[in-house]
Design a protein around this ligand. Structure first.
Ligand SMILES: Nc1ncnc2c1ncn2[C@@H]1O[C@H](COP(=O)(O)OP(=O)(O)OP(=O)(O)O)[C@@H](O)[C@H]1O
Length: 709
């Protein structure tokens, strides 16, 4: 039975022939001599291995047949109308690039292209020369084809190099993007795992070997079975993440780590893709493994679960914590699952954390309680401390992780990492409010979300038999200290225990956390993804400007770096200042209506707004214009309709076209911020910018920002 190796170009099949292409490739994968496939060599072809096959009367597949070690492989290059296919088949040649060991398809007489090569800019005009590169390094160290190297050196700026990169799928395009972003030749060699190869004397075996190299995975995928073939063909370009991983992504998916590992990276750099692939890889390696894949909210967990199903429906998703397979859940739901399973021993853990009992530990305290306590309890504290923001964060970062039961303990505790210093009298006054908060919760018997996670952690810490073997975490930047205590206690310390994805620039909830305080020692096991797959270079540039200059700190207490690059280009964002809500609704309506009228699928368009009030106004305004729009809250974004959601809810989503309604903070909000202690205010400001960064990085293609003057 021949093995199919799908090229990325071939996977982008015209929708009208997908079914026929599928049938053709299925038959080819079973028996290439099946009548009707007409697998035939082409006379005078540049590569004797080239074959064409009959998809239907009109369409032909162009492929390469490799015979090595008694096995047959077909590398699918693409599907074209009959005459075009014959022309392509005559001029393509598949070989191993002798410099970098990767597979390359070279056209013997390439069709004329418009990209300028003759223009030779002076050294000061060429971007790559300014960055210290020369033709020799590009050709003899990286293995770029001479023609591409000349075109790259002729490009005067980043946009021109990216334009060229977009014409070359696979390793050539990726190397060009890295060079344009300022990477050294050495770092490209190591990132792409480039390696000179000597011919073995068996050409087919050499090409096959090169197709299995990490750098080739960007462009070629060995298809395991018919289901996988269907997923590749049906997924098209949008499904590329399932098949064509960057060598770096593949490394993080497959590699074993001695302990907790942290993967950082900007929005759209494929962190979630790595997590989902890694969950599958771990499940395949050991079908009995209990894998927890978790994130900040239930909505995000639903999206992770959907992605895992899309990647591979055969991966079992566990229904219950502690069962084999991948248990996908939001981190607070995870805490509840632990509490539910704890039975009668739960009371002891509640007492251990709080120093008192709770009659209904499965019920959650209302989110408004801190505000009610401040409003109803007389206090000598200044407004900078007597507010929900300071108190909930003091409680979550100092009181709960240290299992503080009373004032005496609170007066003694070290408040590491808290921006506001408190003298003894102030600490007493803070404790008064905390005691009032706890007293109120005693009445209804509930635990708040942080308490629930802390109690779940305390319960698990006592168990020798942990409910998980591997824990994979997305959106790590948003998790609280008790979440980390819970995740640490969920799995014993052993290789591949915790794998954490985070982006400090996207922290939009809570206060920053340092993992080492919660017995999660990364110690050198930390890497960063830098290639943005989602956002065009223009929109990425806009988004990076939002966070420029901010002091963002990661989970290892280090300043977050930037330096992200995009492989795609498109129009720059449209910024529209408006003076009133009416004008804002008008601008939003105009853009959305124009996109939908021009044929954009409604469910690839989203409007992101600051709050629910705005959201409902936008839905009404769009509906009045005849645009089918829907407010999205806890449910998944709707099929066939424009999604309108808050910027918080938009975390983890992506759309082709996005309008952001970015209003100014209201006078009430400004007064609230003004009253905060300086460090809290600075942090609130960072979160506000992060929220806009999250929103601006949701658009794949077009971004419109409507802002109040
Ligand atoms: N190897 C790949 N090939 C093609 N597309 C990819 C690849 N990796 C990721 N993508 C695409 O890039 C987009 C962003 O990926 P993903 O959601 O994993 O990024 P992220 O870093 O988790 O982003 P965010 O932090 O914004 O949630 C997705 O559309 C995904 O399909």
């Amino acid at each position: 039975m021949p093995t199919i190796i799908m090229g990325k170009l071939a996977s982008k099949i015209d929708g009208s022939i997908r079914g026929k292409a599928m049938a053709f490739l299925q038959k080819l994968g079973i028996d290439d001599t099946t009548s009707g496939l007409h697998v035939e060599p082409i006379e005078n072809a540049a590569d004797p291995r080239v074959r064409t096959g009959r998809v239907d009367n009109f369409w032909r597949a162009v492929m390469f047949r490799l015979d090595s070690g008694g096995e047959r492989h077909y590398v699918i290059h693409g599907i074209w109308p009959h005459d075009d296919a014959i022309a392509v088949a005559c001029r393509v040649r598949l070989s191993v690039n002798p410099i970098n060991g990767l597979p390359q398809i070279v056209e013997v007489e390439p069709p004329a292209e418009s990209f300028p090569t003759d223009a030779k800019p002076s050294a000061s005009q060429s971007l790559l020369v300014r960055l210290g590169h020369d033709r020799d390094a590009l050709v003899t160290t990286l293995g770029l084809p001479e023609r591409v190297a000349d075109q790259a050196l002729a490009a005067v700026d980043e946009d021109a190099v990216l334009d060229l990169a977009q014409r070359h799928d696979g390793w050539i395009g990726t190397i060009l993007v890295d060079l344009a972003a300022g990477d050294t030749v050495d770092s490209v060699v190591s990132r792409m795992e480039l390696e000179k190869t000597a011919p073995s004397g068996d050409d087919d075996a050499d090409v096959l070997h090169s197709l299995k190299r990490p750098g080739a995975a960007l462009q070629y995928a060995l298809i395991g079975d018919q289901d996988e073939l269907r997923r590749v063909i049906e997924g098209g370009d949008f499904g590329a993440w399932r098949i064509f991983l960057h060598p770096e992504q593949r490394r993080y998916v497959e590699r074993s780590y001695q302990g907790p590992f942290r993967l950082s990276g900007g929005a759209g750099t494929g962190k979630t893709v790595v997590l989902v692939h890694r969950a599958r890889a771990l499940a395949r390696r050991d079908p009995d493994a209990r894998i927890v894949l978790t994130t900040f909210t239930t909505n995000l967990a639903d999206a992770l679960s959907d992605s895992l199903t899309q990647l591979d429906p055969r991966v079992p998703q566990a229904k219950k914590l502690g069962q084999p397979g991948v248990y996908v859940t939001g981190v607070d739901a995870l805490a509840s699952a632990v509490l539910r399973s704890a039975g009668s021993s739960l009371a002891a853990s509640v007492r251990e954390v709080l120093g008192e009992d709770r009659s209904a530990p499965l019920a959650r305290t209302a989110g408004t309680r801190w505000r009610e306590i401040v409003e109803s309890t007389g206090t000598s504290l200044s407004p900078a401390l007597a507010n929900e923001s300071f108190l909930s964060s003091e409680y979550g970062h100092v009181v709960l992780p240290n299992k503080i039961h009373d004032e005496a303990e609170y007066l003694r505790v070290r408040r590491s990492g808290r921006g506001v210093a408190l003298d003894r009298a102030t600490r007493s006054a803070v404790w008064e409010l905390i005691a009032a908060y706890r007293a109120q919760s005693r009445v209804d018997g509930s635990l708040d979300f942080s308490e629930a996670a802390a109690v779940a952690a305390a319960h698990l810490a006592k168990q020798t038999d942990k409910p998980a073997d591997h824990v994979l975490v997305d959106e790590g930047q948003d998790l609280s200290p008790s979440h980390w205590q819970l995740l640490r206690a969920l799995v014993n310390e052993h290789p591949n225990d915790l794998f954490i994805a985070e982006d400090a620039h996207q922290r939009i909830y809570g206060t920053r956390v340092v993992l080492s305080r919660y017995r999660i020692a990364i110690v050198g096991r930390s890497q960063r993804l830098t290639l943005n797959y989602r956002t065009t270079a223009q929109n990425l540039h806009y988004a990076m400007n939002i966070i420029e200059g901010g002091q963002y700190i990661d989970l290892e207490d280090q300043a977050e770096t930037t330096g992200y690059r995009s492989a795609r280009t498109g129009p720059g964002p449209t910024i529209v200042p408006v003076e009133s809500l009416g004008a804002e609704l008008q601008v939003i309506g105009d853009h959305v209506q124009a996109w939908v009228r021009a044929g954009t699928d409604a469910d690839t368009v989203a409007v992101l707004v600051p709050d629910r009030f705005h959201r409902d106004r936008v839905v009404t305004a769009l509906t009045e214009r005849g645009v089918d729009a829907r407010a999205v809250d806890r449910d998944r974004p709707p099929q066939g309709r424009v999604a309108v959601m808050t910027m918080h809810r938009a975390k983890g989503t992506e759309f082709s076209k996005v309008v952001i309604a970015a209003d100014r903070p209201s006078p009430v909000e400004l007064a609230r911020l003004e009253a905060l202690a300086p460090s809290e205010r600075a942090d609130a400001e960072l979160r506000r910018r992060s929220l806009r960064y999250v929103a601006a990085t949701r658009a794949r293609d077009e971004l419109v920002v409507v802002g109040h003057k």
